[in-house]
Ligand binder design. Structure first.
Ligand SMILES: NC(=O)c1ccc[n+]([C@@H]2O[C@H](COP(=O)([O-])OP(=O)(O)OC[C@H]3O[C@@H](n4cnc5c(N)ncnc54)[C@H](OP(=O)(O)O)[C@@H]3O)[C@@H](O)[C@H]2O)c1
Length: 333
């Protein structure tokens, strides 16, 4: 089979290798991978910063979907031919967030999905409904679940509430779609006029260009009659948190998700205290959230699908920031 590995932990070190197809042991399944999807994390793991850089020899990509082609001894709940998607945290099955959830993290602690075949624990995959294709399903484990957790995780957003999404990356588009599906109003930001139009077409009620309106927090307040939004899906990090605290309602929630801009003004303690909102830090989500995502009434937005031999080009496209929605690699034709 063919499998990609970072021969050195940088993008031009990504190389295709030929290796034996692995065999499933007791409690495991062998999956023929059909599609994988990229996340900002797949680039961040190469660059260091808040995430520790990955190591040479690792297979990247946390998210994938495929078909079971062999089951190991003791697997009675899954069968050959079944279509599945993988969990982002292969050992977080439910319950509170604990440090152990990150054990086996794909692309860092253990090999990820960028291969023609992958062996997984039977508990680390979720069966797919018939209406969800492999490429769509592959977009869900990280970005979909994180957005689901952000929008539904504590007090679910719904009619009469407003959600603020930042930029038009994978997590933000899912957050927009889930919030709209639950009847909430969505205010979105972006840096691009063309993307603003697409966001409106996807259901955003208002769009603000964060380059043209750097004080977008005040604009959000004005759009909500001075109250602020009920939820901010905060993917920008240090670059955006100050404005997010301006934009949130006194009894709202800022969900701390990302770090797209790692530099920014230091957090103002008194602004944090006086905004009145609660802050919740996310780390993707547990298995029940992926089970909810595969049944959610939305269609994952795919920006572009690359071939298996174009894997490096897919990473470069993600790095360019030109995408809107998810970047997918089709592994099996
Ligand atoms: N904590 C968790 O559980 C978790 C899970 C998933 C992801 N994350 C993190 O969440 C972040 C988003 O991930 P992703 O995969 O959705 O990223 P992505 O798809 O690569 O997002 C790229 C988009 O982000 C927008 N952006 C960049 N800088 C921005 C800024 N300063 N303000 C507002 N928008 C900005 C741009 O949108 P425009 O072109 O429209 O301006 C860009 O196209 C990353 O930091 C990722 O590591 C965290």
């Amino acid at each position: 089979m063919h499998i990609y590995r970072f021969d050195s932990p940088k993008l031009d070190g990504l190389r295709r290798h030929e290796e034996d197809v692995p065999r499933p042991q007791r409690g495991e399944v062998l999956v023929r991978v059909h599609a994988v999807a990229l996340n900002y994390r797949d680039l961040a793991l190469l660059e260091g910063g808040i995430l520790k850089p990955t190591r040479a020899g690792i297979t990247p990509v946390s998210d994938g979907a495929g078909e079971i082609v062999e089951v190991g001894a003791g697997v009675t709940d899954l069968a050959v031919g079944q279509r599945v998607v993988g969990l982002f945290h292969p050992r977080w099955f439910g319950g509170p967030k604990r440090a152990e959830r990150a054990i086996g993290s794909y692309g860092y602690d253990s090999d990820g999905w960028l291969a023609e075949y992958k062996v997984l624990s039977r508990e680390a995959v979720v069966p797919l409904p018939d209406n969800l294709g492999y490429e769509q399903a592959a977009t869900l484990p990280c970005a979909g679940v994180t957005a689901w957790n952000s929008v539904h995780g504590s007090a679910p957003a719904g009619p009469g509430q407003t959600v603020l999404t930042l930029g038009s990356g994978g997590v933000s588009i899912f957050a927009l779609q889930y919030a709209k599906a639950m009847g909430a109003r969505v205010i979105a930001t972006t840096s691009s006029a063309a993307k603003a139009q697409r966001l409106l077409e996807l259901g955003a009620d208002e769009v603000i260009n964060y380059r043209e309106t750097p004080q977008w927090g005040a604009r959000v307040k004005a759009l909500t009659a001075g109250r602020g939004v009920d939820k901010v899906v905060e993917v920008g990090g240090p670059a955006t948190i100050g404005q997010s605290l301006q934009a949130v309602a006194f009894d709202g929630e800022v969900v701390l998700v990302g770090f797209l801009g790692e530099s920014g003004a230091p957090l103002d303690y008194f602004q944090l205290m006086q905004c009145g909102a609660s802050l919740r830090s996310t780390n993707v989500g547990a298995r029940p959230m992926l089970e909810a995502c595969v049944r959610a009434p939305i269609e994952p937005l795919i920006d572009r699908v690359f071939g298996f031999d174009q894997a490096r080009g897919a990473f470069e496209h993600l790095r360019s920031g030109q995408h809107l929605g998810k970047v997918v690699i089709r592994v099996a034709e």
